[in-house]
Design a protein around this ligand. Structure first.
Ligand SMILES: Nc1ncnc2c1ncn2[C@@H]1O[C@H](COP(=O)(O)OP(=O)(O)O)[C@@H](O)[C@H]1O
Ligand SMILES: [Mg+2]
Length: 265
């Protein structure tokens, strides 16, 4: 399932025997169950699966904010959570944190200062802010209060924050939820630009299967397990399906059949 081609560049993320438990007290649950996968560099990998399957937990493990992670999890050649990775990864959480009472530019100035406290000259920080604003096409709204923005514009502010340090790896947790189709398309175009022009690696989660078609590679997840790692084309071909969604459902049916056969009587 997780075939690695010989001579391939080292993966941006490499996981093996990865398990995550969540919940406190006497009943911690295994939320990620002994998974293995690779996220190739310079490409867009979609992490797809229904709500509750463990996408956010996995992304948190990758960016190093998740407790009770066991197994191998290497990110950009370092163990996940290594301090050196902090400036090399941009992370947008599922509930983006933007300060409504600050303008777009003030939000970015604030996060730029946190990212690099006192080390970079103010002029350099301002440059980084300008570039991030341009990246997400919000230069014209830089002076607007974040609280007055549309949902799509707010998402783009969060994305701009993640882009401030020109990260090698962008981890985006359901960035297109609640966006209208035009904004969703614009955001996907931006993701493609970032990989094509900067060589950035993007790992983006979604529970909307039609977004899978826009990714270079897919990680299909269900119940804390990886059902498949494939390109959209290969997945459709392999499952004799017209769409990734149909292919995903076929794999789910197959997994259920196998599980039923393995049930002790
Ligand atoms: N803070 C938490 N404590 C215990 N269990 C949690 C916590 N957050 C999420 N979970 C559980 O972990 C599982 C995976 O959740 P999550 O990673 O958020 O899935 P997804 O992002 O795919 O919707 C779910 O069953 C959820 O109930
Ligand atoms: Mg989630």
């Amino acid at each position: 399932m997780m075939n690695k081609q010989p001579g391939e560049a080292p993966a941006a993320v490499h996981a093996h025997g990865l398990t995550v438990r969540r919940g406190t007290g006497r009943t911690p649950r295994t939320v990620i169950d002994d998974i293995a996968f690779d996220v190739p560099r310079g490409r867009i990998t979609g992490l797809l699966g229904p709500s509750g399957c463990g996408k956010s937990t996995l992304l948190r493990a990758i960016v190093g904010t998740q407790a009770h992670v066991t197994g191998t999890l290497d990110v950009l050649g370092r163990p996940a959570g290594h301090p050196d990775l902090r400036s090399r990864i941009g992370y947008v959480t599922q509930a983006p944190s933007v300060y409504d009472d600050l303008t777009v530019r003030q939000n970015l100035d604030y996060f730029a200062a946190i990212l690099d406290p006192g080390r970079t000259a103010a002029a350099r920080r301002a440059e980084a802010v300008d570039r991030a604003l341009t990246d997400v096409d919000l230069t014209g709204r830089a002076g607007a209060l974040a609280g007055n923005l549309s949902g799509g514009q707010r998402s783009r502010v969060s994305l701009a924050v993640a882009l401030l340090g020109t990260p090698e790896l962008l981890v985006l947790d359901e960035p297109t939820v609640g966006l209208d189709p035009v904004l969703r398309r614009d955001l996907w175009n931006l993701f493609h630009d970032l990989t094509a022009t900067r060589g950035a690696t993007i790992l983006v989660s979604s529970h909307v299967m039609d977004e899978a078609e826009r990714c270079h590679d897919l990680l299909l997840m269900r119940d804390g397990r990886i059902l498949a790692q494939d390109t959209p084309d290969a997945l459709r071909t392999r499952t004799h399906s017209a769409t990734v969604e149909e292919g995903f459902l076929r794999l789910v049916d197959r997994a259920n059949t196998l599980a039923a056969q393995e049930q002790p009587r």
